[in-house]
Design a binder for this molecule. Structure first.
Ligand code: SF4
Length: 347
């Protein structure tokens, strides 16, 4: 029989840290870095067990569900290396202009049928400034807000000014997604058409407008564990509300088409580390979930995730919503409903 050596020192240290966060304390920057460096599988499972307790302590047993509608697809003038929608890459991703009201209404109806809390309008473009396009976007948001079936959210890129953020808020927008994507150090290797500071400026406008801020990033780009820790730490300092974590789904035609996948256990470890660093935030598992995690998908909650992007992603397919709801039911987790619930998990 093989005897697995378990690093008892790490186990005891993790327990001390876990108890501290459960009691309302915080991890230091140095401790956060050490969490990402854990190598032994047994210690990673311990880390997840504590992250799960922290999730239960601050989020209870409910899992927040979000979905998105691609309101303007492809041909984005930015050059983010990981993105299938950049005009710099030759991909098969669809391309169309800003959508008419009907597809947004249909997406809201589908989200409501699926019991989804929020619907995000997402556009592949640089961003928004004052003018006719902003007014058209606001018309869609106003309609969603009036309709009241789902919370209107948006991810519309860089905002040119505080007035743009204020206008979105006045239209009834609840929450705006603008990811930091990765660490400040690694960002310039991902994108050269805008800067990390451009992103911080937009987040500042969102906060100034009193909007909820959804900001996270993507792993699997070739970043180091230190970069992941820097991302989590920056999000903590910004005090964002939602933290979406994406895992690269390498798309043919992008510079990252041949990137090696991140091992599922490393993805779970990353989620658990984020939970320790961001105990009170919603940590949402977004793009790249099914393709990267495969059979370990349901373990994201045991690793500390408290929210899930359901329905299809921007350019790739997700597993059916009914399957996600069944997964929650099997784990005795409660989806956070809004409106009526047309999709039922089978018994
Ligand atoms: S700004 Fe957004 S849509 Fe445009 S290339 Fe970057 S990630 Fe893609």
């Amino acid at each position: 029989m093989t005897v697995i050596e378990v690093d008892g020192t790490t186990r005891v240290w993790l327990a001390r840290l876990g108890e501290r966060v459960l009691a309302g304390g915080e991890v230091t920057r140095e401790e956060a870095g050490r969490l990402f460096e854990i190598e032994s599988s047994a210690d990673i499972y311990d880390l997840m067990a504590w992250a799960n307790r922290i999730r239960e302590r601050y989020q209870g047993n409910r899992i927040h569900l979000c979905s998105i509608v691609n309101a303007k697809a492809g041909g984005c003038p930015e050059n983010c290396k990981f993105c299938a929608q950049s005009a710099f890459h030759q991909t098969e991703a669809p391309r169309y202009g800003f959508v008419d009201p009907e597809p947004v209404r249909a997406a809201a109806a589908e989200a409501e049928r699926n019991g989804v809390t929020a619907l995000g309008l997402v556009a592949a473009w640089r961003g928004l400034e004052e003018g006719p396009m902003l007014e058209e976007v606001c018309t869609r948001i106003e309609e969603l807000a009036r309709d009241g079936r789902v919370r209107p959210d948006a991810s519309l890129g860089i905002l040119a000014s505080q007035r743009v953020a204020d206008r979105l808020k006045a239209a009834g927008l609840a929450c705006y997604n603008h990811n930091l994507e990765t660490s400040r150090r690694f960002f310039p290797e991902q994108c050269s058409t805008h800067t990390y500071d451009d992103r911080l400026k937009t987040i500042g406008y969102l906060k100034g407008a009193g909007l909820k801020v959804c900001s996270g990033g993507i792993i699997g780009l070739g970043e180091t564990r230190v970069d992941r820790c820097e991302l989590a730490w920056a999000l903590r300092e910004l005090e964002v509300d939602f933290v979406p974590l994406n895992i690269l789904n390498p798309i043919p035609g992008t510079p990252y088409a041949d990137n090696p996948p991140v091992a599922p256990i490393e993805i779970l470890q990353t989620i658990a580390c984020f939970r320790f660093i961001l105990p009170r935030q919603e940590i949402m598992i977004a793009g790249g979930r099914a393709v990267n995690l495969r059979d370990t998908q349901s373990m994201v909650f045991l690793a500390g995730a408290s929210a899930l992007m359901v329905g299809n992603y921007l350019t790739t397919l997700n597993q059916p919503v009914a399957q996600d709801l069944q997964m929650l039911k099997d784990l005795r987790l409660d989806p956070e409903w809004s409106g009526s619930h047309g999709v039922e998990a089978t018994a």
